[in-house]
Design a protein around this ligand. Structure first.
Ligand SMILES: Nc1nc2c(ncn2[C@@H]2O[C@H](COP(=O)(O)OP(=O)(O)OP(=O)(O)O)[C@@H](O)[C@H]2O)c(=O)[nH]1
Ligand SMILES: [Mg+2]
Length: 250
């Protein structure tokens, strides 16, 4: 059984990609189940096989505990951990080839609070590889790309899982050069030195890029889109490469 959490900033497309990539895997003949862990979701484009909202909702927590929306999201994240034993049991019972996990909207709450890493630890006896989504619908700066790659590394360290980074909503990409820069630290470095003003911040970005290059000499970021299904085959192959290198075959 492979567990694939979809992680990324709010609105980056986690829910949409989980649903759409799930359909793609099912069309290939795999047994796919989707687990929704977002207690704040109002609408899902897929029918979940497990829905945390059957246990609690962010809107209910707000009313019951008389707290604001952000505190409720944090509380929901703690509550996910409290029922994590049941969630894992349900995952195992499905006997699915793939369990896709739609994580809560607020990445910082799920990934950077202890509950996220504690939850991931419980998934240990499954093969786990996360998908980290960067939204291609924004117009990032070159130094913004460095921050995005650093964020992907930080999540990997924090959650202790393998992670594939995707530049999602690629149908909205203004230039393919964005993808090339994410995949080629040398090119990104050249762009930063030619386009950014020299100074402390630029030097900091260049130093951070060196760390990224040391940790991930061969960065591979895939462009994905639910509109034209770009990158799905590549994502599927990369997931398999990672899972099989962990000693499993599917
Ligand atoms: N053009 C385009 N839009 C997309 C794509 N994937 C998702 N979207 C849109 O992006 C918006 C946010 O998508 P969601 O799937 O809800 O994103 P999310 O990360 O789950 O959002 P939260 O859970 O609220 O953080 C929706 O309007 C989607 O239709 C894509 O590949 N291309
Ligand atoms: Mg979502």
């Amino acid at each position: 059984m492979f567990a694939v959490p979809f992680l990324g900033p709010a609105g980056s497309g986690k829910t949409s990609l989980a649903g759409s990539f799930g359909e793609f895997l099912a069309e290939k003949g795999y047994n796919v189940k989707i687990f929704n862990l977002d207690a704040g979701a109002e609408y899902l484009p897929y029918v979940p096989n497990f829905d945390i909202r059957d246990f609690f909702r962010v809107s209910e927590i707000m009313k019951k505990e008389r707290i604001g929306p952000n505190a409720s999201i944090i509380r929901a994240s703690q509550m996910i951990y409290e029922v994590s034993g049941q969630i894992i049991e349900r995952m195992k019972k499905t006997k699915a080839d793939y369990v896709l996990i739609d994580t809560p909207g607020q990445l910082e709450v799920f990934a950077f609070k202890p509950t996220g890493s504690l939850f991931m630890e419980k998934l240990r006896d499954m093969r786990v590889c996360g998908i980290f989504l960067l939204g291609a619908d924004t117009s990032p700066t070159t130094t913004g790309f460095v921050v995005a790659l650093l964020m992907s590394m930080a999540i990997q360290i924090q959650l202790g899982i393998n992670l594939i980074t995707v530049l999602h909503k690629s149908d909205m990409l203004k230039s393919k050069e964005f993808l090339e820069m994410l995949n080629n630290p040398e090119l990104l470095r050249d762009k930063i030195t030619t386009t950014e003003q020299s100074g402390v911040i630029t030097d900091l970005a260049l130093d951070a890029l060196k760390i990224i290059k040391n940790v991930h000499p061969a960065v591979r970021v895939i462009a994905t889109s639910i509109i034209n299904h770009e990158g799905y085959e590549e994502l599927f192959d990369l997931l398999h490469e990672i899972f099989c290198s962990c000693g499993d075959n599917l």
